[in-house]
Design a protein around this ligand. Structure first.
Ligand code: SF4
Length: 458
């Protein structure tokens, strides 16, 4: 018999519900996997009981093997168990004795993870100390900042925000431009606009709601963030599934389906981690322990399985495939775009800046005036027809900036406002302002940095 272990969720009777993942020596078909995934009431093992009735050797539960095993003597399954048997084991007809194993790995022990967390938890500025109530404002602010960004990059921004806006009411009362200015450099600027809008709503309603459903109604709060705030700040027993938790879940269950298609399956499996009453007794710590496990032990490239509190429950570790999971679909090549921007100085040390439209990429952020970003490079001649005025523009060079969906090359030109230019600059190019007060995104900061370089360092 060919060995081809596959996974599937399976419902385990409550008294044995230490685990929820099953794999068979002969894999369940996709359709049966989804049936099993949906089954939550113990029906699976009732059905295996039917199979047992069709075989001479009884199914036996083998706790030390963490699963069920049985052997057929070649007798055909019959009755309601027959179809199930054939589907699960992809066996049409039996003609000789065969062995089957359904192993049910022990659900990772929440107590082991929490014990590990109590000793090794990361100290983070937004995280409450053991025994203290988490501050919903700190949890929310950090979770919004951490979307698409690393902890290391966020810490300085988080501390700066808290210094300027110690409470959600302070943030709500601040002008949007100031918030964008503080956010500049952190990327994904729609988050900053939503942060401000959310602060206003929370301030108006007198505080953060404490359920996932209500949190989801606030600007900028999606499924993950709602669950993270509900679990961490309000002790709701839900599992927020970020990249760390996805990775841990994929490995614990040896789920080999590639991301992003496997995301719904991973979310279902991650939710089952919460079945352990111990996890439910400390939802805030359990969620953060999962984050820390993924960030410090179950890392993307080289998981430190030997020090992992869940090593004995991990199928990927047992099968030696931990570092290969989660699998990812090959990325599509990122398209390239090109543009040109103009740095113009006036006599008062200010530069010409305009504000981008409020929606779309880099919405409401400031920028140097420039051309569209298109798929073909601009010649100097072409680009200079888009300059704010006719003067002697010096080509300073080119910067490269990678957005999620495309790579951008920008040519930067620099000039001073000519003394003779009495007509002023058309307002569509912006106004002369101090760069220090501007909400400049990273890509524009790169343009400015380029013009400050000496020719040798360029
Ligand atoms: S044993 Fe290894 S792969 Fe499995 S959860 Fe722990 S660190 Fe991750």
């Amino acid at each position: 018999m060919a060995i081809g272990p596959e996974h599937a969720s399976v419902s385990v009777p409550a008294e044995r519900r230490r685990g929820s993942v099953c794999f068979a020596r002969r894999g369940p078909t996709k359709s049966i996997q989804s049936i099993i995934s949906r089954a939550r009431t113990g029906g699976f093992f009732l059905k295996t009981g039917c199979v047992s009735a069709c075989t001479k050797d009884p199914i036996c539960f083998a706790p030390e093997r963490r699963g069920f095993q049985f052997r057929s003597d070649g007798t055909q399954p019959s009755g309601s168990g027959a179809a199930f048997f054939r589907e699960v084991f992809r066996v049409g007809r039996l003609s000789e004795p065969q062995s089957f194993v359904i192993s049910v790995p022990v659900t990772p022990d929440a107590s082991a993870l929490l014990r590990w967390y109590d000793h090794h938890r990361r100290v983070l500025p937004w995280r409450s100390l053991p025994g203290h109530r988490p501050d919903p404002y700190a949890v929310w602010l950090s979770e919004i900042m951490l979307q698409q960004t690393t902890v290391k990059a966020v810490i300085a921004y988080y501390e700066r925000f808290l210094t300027h806006y110690p409470t959600v009411q302070d943030l709500a009362a601040a002008p949007l431009e100031d918030v964008l200015h503080l956010w500049a450099g952190l990327g994904y600027y729609a988050r900053a606009r939503n942060l401000h809008a959310c602060a206003k709503r929370v301030s108006e309603r007198g505080g953060f709601p404490d359920t996932v459903e209500e949190l989801l109604t606030l600007p900028g709060i999606g499924a993950y963030t709602a669950r993270a705030i509900a679990a961490i700040a309000f002790g709701r027993p839900v599992v927020p599934v970020d990249g760390n938790v996805e990775r841990v879940t994929a490995r614990l269950n040896a789920i080999e389906d590639p991301l992003p298609a496997s995301r719904p399956l991973l979310a279902r499996q991650a939710a089952l981690l919460n079945d352990d009453p111990v996890a439910q007794s400390r939802p805030s710590d359990f969620a953060q322990a999962l984050f820390d496990l993924g960030a410090t032990i179950c890392t993307p490239r080289s998981p430190a399985c030997l020090t992992c509190p869940w090593q004995t429950s991990c199928i990927a570790h047992a099968r030696g495939i931990a570092a290969q999971l989660p699998a990812k679909q090959p990325k599509q090549a990122r398209p390239t775009r090109y543009g040109a921007h103009f740095l113009m100085h006036d006599n008062d040390g200010q530069i010409l800046l305009r504000t981008r439209p409020p929606t779309g990429l880099l919405g409401s952020m400031d920028e140097l005036p420039g051309t569209d970003w298109r798929s073909t490079p601009w010649t100097d001649e072409e680009a200079l027809t888009h300059a704010p005025c006719l003067t002697h523009w010096v080509r300073r060079g080119e910067i490269r900036h990678v957005f999620t969906h495309f790579t951008l090359y920008l040519t930067v030109y620099e000039a001073c406002l000519p003394q003779s230019h009495n007509a002023g600059i058309d307002s569509s190019f912006g106004t002369f302002r101090s760069a220090k007060r501007a909400a400049l995104p990273g890509v524009m900061k790169k343009c400015l940095a380029l013009t400050k370089q000496t020719p040798e360092t360029r």
